[in-house]
Design a protein around this ligand. Structure first.
Ligand SMILES: Nc1nc2c(c(=O)[nH]1)N[C@H]1C(S)=C(S)[C@@H](COP(=O)(O)O)O[C@H]1N2
Ligand SMILES: [Mo]
Length: 357
């Protein structure tokens, strides 16, 4: 997306950051993120949708095009999935030089219970023709991105396992989707970075050739430099975050805690394989010890809670870190890996804490 880099945060970046808020890290203490604390990423404007006249069109390379009302979708058999969603740009503002776009630090994440209809159930009803290769999901929101006029839309390969896991969700945490999260219907693609989970869905089209839309072919790619065509951004790399302990300073957010001992807690997730280990450090990554990992939500697509006891040996300033590993052998790096768009920076979190006398 971003082709330029910046030093100081610009007013344009601040404008994006004010529209697209993160999840305050203290909310890591909630297993399910209350909807108002879940992060938000909205490229264009939040559409105002009249649910009474809204329809979901299913068309393209299908035997029986469908046009479905919200009531019709709600009457179908429902599924519910608890899913940790993370923006691909999470960590972008920590890259140097900083790719200029939504300047996330580490809080572009949240976990919700999404209820709705399985994608495959609808596709079976429409009857996908044999020449179809991908499904394109189109939102109602429109705008200009990278100079290209577009509706926000993304495709998934028909044989991608993500499609079998995906939910066409009309509820978030037991209530109708809030406007900012995609009312009346959104796609949720468990395990993938958030860009795949198209909000304000209007249309699902089967296409007979790879989709070349902006958000697939240009924006969400890992590119080493401007001339690199890059590879698509897909699944979420492992990350652990800790809920900052103690109390913050208003302006710097630096933490102050009493002598302790303390129980540090946080959550960890990966879209590639189950998280199987979270290590903790109190000396900026020099030495590590193991946390206790729970399976508190019991969902393969949701973060796992972890706790670790910390006994600071003496008063002073410490840098707490945590590091997740998954069952496929992916481990968080200590230092970021730079790319043009500033995606998938899962380098370890550092939280400065002063232990008071
Ligand atoms: N229609 C539409 N869908 C969208 C977007 C958007 O701008 N428009 N943003 C995407 C991105 S980049 C992310 S990270 C997630 C964020 O979902 P949330 O705001 O519900 O957390 O929505 C995705 N779906
Ligand atoms: Mo995103």
């Amino acid at each position: 997306m971003a082709a330029t880099t910046g030093t100081g945060i610009s007013l344009e970046e601040l404008q994006l950051a004010a529209r697209n808020h993160g999840m305050p890290l203290e909310a890591l203490r909630h297993p399910i993120t209350p909807a108002g604390l879940h992060y938000l990423l909205i490229h264009f404007d939040v559409p105002v949708v009249d649910a009474a006249t809204w329809r979901l069109e299913v068309d393209g390379e299908v035997e029986r095009p469908l046009s479905l009302s919200l009531d019709h979708l709600r009457r179908r058999p429902a599924i519910e999935r608890t899913v940790t969603m993370e923006c691909a740009g999470n960590g972008r503002a920590r890259l140097e030089p900083r790719p200029v776009s939504q300047p996330w630090l580490s809080e572009a994440v949240g976990t919700a219970a999404w209820r709705g209809v399985g994608v495959h159930a609808l596709l079976d009803e429409a009857g996908i023709r044999p020449d179809a290769v991908e499904m394109v999901f189109t939102g109602l929101d429109r705008g200009i991105d990278g100079g290209v006029l577009q509706a926000y839309e993304r495709s998934l390969h028909l044989d991608d396992p993500a499609l079998a896991d995906a939910v066409l969700a009309y509820e978030m945490n037991g209530t109708p989707l809030p406007p900012q999260h995609g009312f009346p219907l959104r796609l949720v693609v468990p395990g993938w970075y958030g860009m795949a989970s198209v909000k304000w869905l209007a249309r699902i089209s089967a296409v007979d050739r790879p989709f070349e839309g902006y958000q697939n072919a240009q924006a969400y790619r890992l590119r080493r430099d401007e001339d690199d065509p890059g590879v698509p951004v897909t699944r979420i790399l492992p990350r652990a975050l800790l809920a900052p302990p103690g109390i913050p300073d208003f302006f710097t957010r630096e933490r102050t805690v009493p002598r302790g001992p303390h129980v540090i807690e946080g959550r960890a997730w990966s879209g590639l394989a189950p998280v199987e280990r979270v290590e903790v450090s109190a000396d900026d990554g020099e030495t590590w010890w193991e946390s206790e990992l729970e399976d508190d939500l019991g969902s393969p697509w949701a973060w796992r809670r972890w706790t670790a006891e910390w006994r600071p040996p003496q008063p002073g300033r410490y840098v707490l870190c945590c590091r997740a590993s998954d069952a496929a052998g992916n481990v968080q790096p200590l230092e970021p890996v730079w790319n043009v768009g500033g995606y998938a920076n899962n380098s370890v979190q550092r939280v400065a804490v002063t232990v008071a006398d």
